[in-house]
Design a protein around this ligand. Structure first.
Ligand SMILES: NC(=O)C1=CN([C@@H]2O[C@H](COP(=O)(O)OP(=O)(O)OC[C@H]3O[C@@H](n4cnc5c(N)ncnc54)[C@H](OP(=O)(O)O)[C@@H]3O)[C@@H](O)[C@H]2O)C=CC1
Ligand SMILES: Nc1nc(=O)c2c([nH]1)NC[C@@H]1CN(c3ccc(C(=O)N[C@@H](CCC(=O)O)C(=O)O)cc3)C=[N+]21
Length: 294
């Protein structure tokens, strides 16, 4: 039976470490780190994530602001707000929650963010630095997975890591980070996607499988090797008769895979909370390196 990589528990540890640092900052009479989140439209899942990010900030003592725009907002209006945040001395970092409505060019928005305040690590300058192993903000979800593996002392060196999904925010940066020359890294990486035929041929020989496709129960126990490490990034809302009206499901068929794997992340309580903790970490880094602080 697999052991659990408990993202909720580790995220709490990280939040208390950050909280202790913020207390020191406040004691020295400096202002608290400030994170701004921009939310466009009315998507239920996006609202939930952004609200929990605001709650996380309160928990560790950060200042936070939530800027809401209707789904009909123009690109120019968003760019204007980004420009304002780029120049605000009181804002250390900000994120624009994705996805954005169709009339808005996502690349243009990401390119407009000052890389020094890009706590999502999505700007090409930061993405490039990440790939070249220079210091920068790492995208929160892959950063969260690395930190989870690190805290559980999972050896990644020399291992075969198969990633399913190549998105800008998860799969692609994850593939780069697992192959970097530091810990956790030094893996041999296979990046798979919707044009990969017979994915099981790759996953069956993988020491580590990271699923980020958004297809409930996609990864079945026949597709993995005994003793594998399984990291489930997927989160899909599945309608049900519960009070909330839905429950969350990952990309991994948890019941069957847990019998065969050595380690596995649950959904919820795995990668999701780690993502949020890493956003706080990046915001603290932005604060510490801000040109507006002495
Ligand atoms: N836990 C967390 O913190 C986070 C969770 N998520 C969740 O992770 C999941 C993925 O999101 P995101 O990374 O944004 O991905 P996207 O939805 O942007 O992309 C999905 C990726 O999966 C690939 N894919 C889709 N179907 C298959 C298939 N049958 N076989 C192989 N590859 C496939 C796609 O291939 P192609 O490129 O060819 O189209 C694409 O690369 C979602 O459930 C999302 O909610 C996302 C971010 C953070
Ligand atoms: N600019 C931008 N940055 C992001 O980091 C970003 C984004 N856009 N768009 C969407 C994805 C998704 N994402 C999640 C964050 C937290 C949980 C999370 O906390 N999940 C909890 C459950 C939360 C719930 O109850 O719904 C868990 O897995 O235990 C999940 C998913 C960040 N993303």
């Amino acid at each position: 039976m697999a052991k659990i990589l408990d993202g909720l528990k580790v995220s709490k540890e990280i939040k208390s470490e950050i909280k202790a640092e913020v207390e020191k900052i406040i004691k020295s009479k400096k202002r608290a780190p400030h994170l701004v989140a921009i939310l466009v439209g009315n998507n239920g899942a996006s609202k939930t994530y952004v609200n929990s990010k605001v709650k996380d900030c309160q928990e560790v003592g950060f200042t936070s602001s939530l800027l809401k725009f209707p789904a009909t907002v123009s690109e120019a209006e968003l760019l204007e707000k980004i420009n304002e945040l780029n120049h605000s001395k009181a804002v250390d970092g900000f994120i624009v929650q994705l996805p954005l409505p169709k009339q808005i060019d996502q690349e243009k928005i990401i390119m407009a963010i000052d890389p020094r305040k890009d706590v999502d690590g999505f700007h090409p300058e930061n993405f490039g630095k990440m790939a070249l192993e220079m210091d920068t903000f790492l995208p929160a979800t892959p950063f969260g997975i690395l930190t989870l593996l690190e805290r559980y002392n999972i050896e990644t060196k020399g291992k075969h890591c198969v990633i399913i999904g190549r998105s800008r925010i998860v799969g692609k940066p994850m593939s780069i980070l697992m192959g970097r020359k530091d810990f956790p890294g030094n893996s041999t990486v296979t990046l798979t996607h919707s044009y990969t035929p017979h994915i099981e041929k790759f996953t069956q020989s993988a020491d580590i499988v990271i699923t980020a496709l958004g297809d409930p129960h996609f990864l079945k126990s026949e597709m993995i090797k005994k003793g594998a490490i399984i990291v489930d990034v997927g989160i899909t809302r599945v309608d049900d008769d519960s009070k909330k009206g839905y429950h969350l499901t990952g990309d991994v068929d948890f019941e069957s895979c847990a019998e065969k794997a050595a380690w596995i992340t649950p959904v919820p309580g795995g990668v999701g909370p780690m993502t949020r903790a890493m956003l706080l970490k990046n915001t603290l880094l932005a604060y510490k390196t801000s040109v507006y602080n002495d």
